[in-house]
Design a protein around this ligand. Structure first.
Ligand code: CO
Length: 167
């Protein structure tokens, strides 16, 4: 089922999400709905808080070089942690909660992460490139942070001005 995505300045987007404790049917249908929603909106990542659910989980599906997304590349990430981060990279990010806004954001280039899947199994893996960027972007959502909070003060002021004009 495709759900509505909350957009800035919805207050929920600033809230911290809580750890997932039950890996049940309810969680599975939430994850399925999130995937339907992400695919419908052409996103490469979506955090639960973006559909109004304050749980520490998100999904990511990184497209290939041609920009095509495949269902088998979907990663469901529950209770994530970044254990190690290395290097620095800059990428022009976008977010379904900030439609039509894109800006360069600096993040770690390589990260080692731990998370659980929908059945509660623990995974440890290393990510780099767009996968690492998306993971950090989505993890920020779980801590109530949007990507414009990681850009320079001046760019942020400009963003706020432009955003108000759009309303
Ligand atoms: Co986002």
């Amino acid at each position: 089922m495709v759900l509505d995505v909350l957009t800035y300045p919805d207050k929920k987007l600033k809230m911290k999400s809580k750890e997932v404790e039950s890996f049940d049917e309810k969680l599975h249908s939430l994850l399925d709905d999130m995937n339907d929603t992400m695919v419908d909106k052409n996103g490469i990542g979506l955090a639960a808080v973006q559909i109004g659910v304050l749980k520490r989980l998100f999904i990511i599906n990184i497209p290939d070089e041609k920009g095509d997304q495949y269902p088998e590349n979907l990663i469901e990430v529950i209770n994530p942690r970044i254990i190690e981060s290395r290097g620095e990279t800059t990428y022009e990010e976008g977010c379904l909660s900030l439609p039509q806004y894109y800006e360069d954001v600096k993040r770690a280039d390589e990260i080692v992460v731990e998370y659980m899947d929908r059945d509660g199994n623990l995974h440890k893996t290393e990510l780099h490139g767009l996968g690492a960027i998306a993971f950090q972007h989505e993890l920020d959502h779980l801590n109530g942070k949007l990507f414009f909070e990681r850009i320079s003060y001046l760019k942020r002021k400009k963003f706020e001005k432009d955003w108000k004009k759009r309303k």
